[in-house]
Design a protein around this ligand. Structure first.
Ligand SMILES: Cc1cc2nc3c(=O)[nH]c(=O)nc-3n(C[C@H](O)[C@H](O)[C@H](O)COP(=O)(O)O)c2cc1C
Length: 447
């Protein structure tokens, strides 16, 4: 087989992920493996894609190999997907699959991103492999890798691939209008990070309207005005000090101008089922902030141009990001139905949350995500010093073994439950016992 590996890791041949492909290459001598380093060479390919056109068009199988970066693929791969679509290469009917390494934090949304784009390109998609970054080091991980690749080849030989229901988009952009500005005295500080091309775009109008109707001071920062020299390189230079290897001042700017606001609103146009490569670059570079949930407690909102309600994966990503960060998802105003009303509602919702200091518990998105972070940071605390300090200082090391009281109580309950005589006598007292502390809360409630 003629296999082309699209290496989306900015670490190039030092990518952990691509080593899984190197492993498979060594075991599959009859197949030809060609590697295309889009993670490192994306700028060159954007200028001139011709050196790789033949390889891609003649491939039997394309493998997207990349690290999961901030819920999706690295910005460099976002640029490449955009390039593939623009270049009109002959990809329709071609087989593709994907392999990632990560800590399984939102690897599922990353995989869905590639799946959705493979569908757009009319490629025959075979389910990918999501490996932990250490899997290749264990016999179990190696077997899983070999099993996956054998099955990919078997699927190819049998012409088996994932069938996609083609979604017919019902999206028709509705124009936003500028509103008369709020007349009261504005308070607070809300920042909008906006990625629009021209001030006449609908997204720009939506942002302007948000600024006009809000009762807060709204600062609009255009993404193009933020100095970002390039995408995250995954070099971990920031792990100890939080200082990025790039000398573009992004890390300082992020902390002083953006994270200092009482609420952050992101405004973007949906592109390739994501927020667009530039926005992804902005997001990936926030790795200089490690896993520190520095804006927790504050609301976060979105202003979106495009068919957001049809983008289930993107919706999951945005809501999960807020949840993991301990932010309150104030909503996403889109231009699908009634942008004016939605923007007004978003502005009011943000103010309501801020004025009333609304707090809310995390859902599975946040609770599950934070458990992965907690275990990761604890294990890597020797290196991720800034993260470790933050997790320790903010009580985020909530390991179950620390809950000694509950553990002892459960031993007692277990002993009672395993005694048939006591159980018989207790009758329905079990549920009564469980609900007793809740009853106490209601009883002692002062009205
Ligand atoms: C900017 C950045 C973002 C990351 N985001 C995630 C993530 O969302 N989920 C996850 O499980 N791991 C995440 N990681 C960890 C990488 O996925 C992991 O280290 C991967 O194995 C690196 O692969 P590579 O060597 O092929 O680049 C992130 C790492 C970096 C540098």
């Amino acid at each position: 087989m003629n296999i082309v590996v699209i290496n989306g890791s900015p670490k190039g041949s030092n990518s952990i992920t691509v080593h899984s492909m190197n492993y498979l290459e060594k075991l599959n001598c009859d197949d030809k493996f060609t590697y295309i380093d889009v993670g490192q060479r994306i700028k060159g390919y954007i200028k001139d894609i011709s050196p790789i056109v033949d390889s891609i068009e003649n491939a039997d199988l394309i493998v997207f190999s990349y690290p999961v970066y901030t819920f999706i693929a690295p910005s460099q791969l976002h640029y490449f997907i955009d390039l593939l679509k623009k270049s009109n290469l002959r990809l329709s009917g071609k087989f593709c699959t994907q392999i990632t390494t990560s800590k399984h934090f939102y690897d599922s949304t990353a995989h869905r991103y590639i799946e959705d784009n493979a569908k757009d390109l009319e490629m025959k998609y075979i389910k990918g492999l999501s490996a932990d970054m250490e899997d290749l080091l264990s016999e179990k991980g190696q077997k899983e890798l070999r099993d996956w690749f054998k099955m990919v080849k078997w699927s190819f030989e049998n012409n088996y691939y994932e069938k996609f229901d083609r979604l017919v988009s019902s999206y028709q952009m509705k124009s936003a209008t500028i509103a008369s500005p709020y007349t009261g005295v504005r308070k607070g500080d809300v920042v909008v990070i906006a990625d629009y091309e021209s001030i006449n775009d609908n997204l720009a109008l939506m942002v302007k309207r948000f600024q006009a109707v809000s009762d807060r001071n709204v600062r609009i920062i255009r993404l193009k005005d933020i100095s970002i020299l390039g995408g995250c390189l995954g070099c971990f230079n920031c792990a100890v000090s939080g200082k990025c290897i790039y000398k573009d001042g992004y890390d300082e700017y992020l902390r002083k101008e953006i994270q200092s606001a009482e609420c952050i609103v992101y405004a973007f146009s949906i592109k390739d089922h994501s927020m667009g490569p530039k926005f992804k670059m902005f997001d990936d570079r926030q790795f200089c902030n490690g896993h520190r949930t520095v804006t927790m407690g504050s609301p976060v909102g979105y202003i979106i141009n495009g068919p957001y309600s049809e983008e289930i994966n993107l919706r999951t990503i945005l809501e999960a990001r807020a949840d993991v960060g301990g932010n309150i998802f104030a909503g996403a105003a889109t231009d699908e139905v009634d942008p004016d009303a939605e923007i007004d509602k978003l502005a009011k919702t943000i103010s309501y949350i801020l004025d009333n200091k609304v707090s809310k518990p995390q859902s599975f998105y946040g609770v599950g995500g934070m458990k992965i972070f907690r275990d990761l940071i604890y294990t890597m605390r020797g290196m991720m010093k800034a993260d470790h300090k933050f997790f320790r200082d903010n009580g985020q090391y909530d390991f179950p073994q620390k809950r000694k009281g509950t553990i002892i109580k459960m031993y007692l309950v277990g002993a009672l439950l395993s005694n048939p005589k006591i159980m018989k006598k207790a009758g329905g007292a079990m549920t009564e016992g469980m609900v007793a502390p809740y009853k106490k809360v209601i009883k002692e409630l002062n009205t």
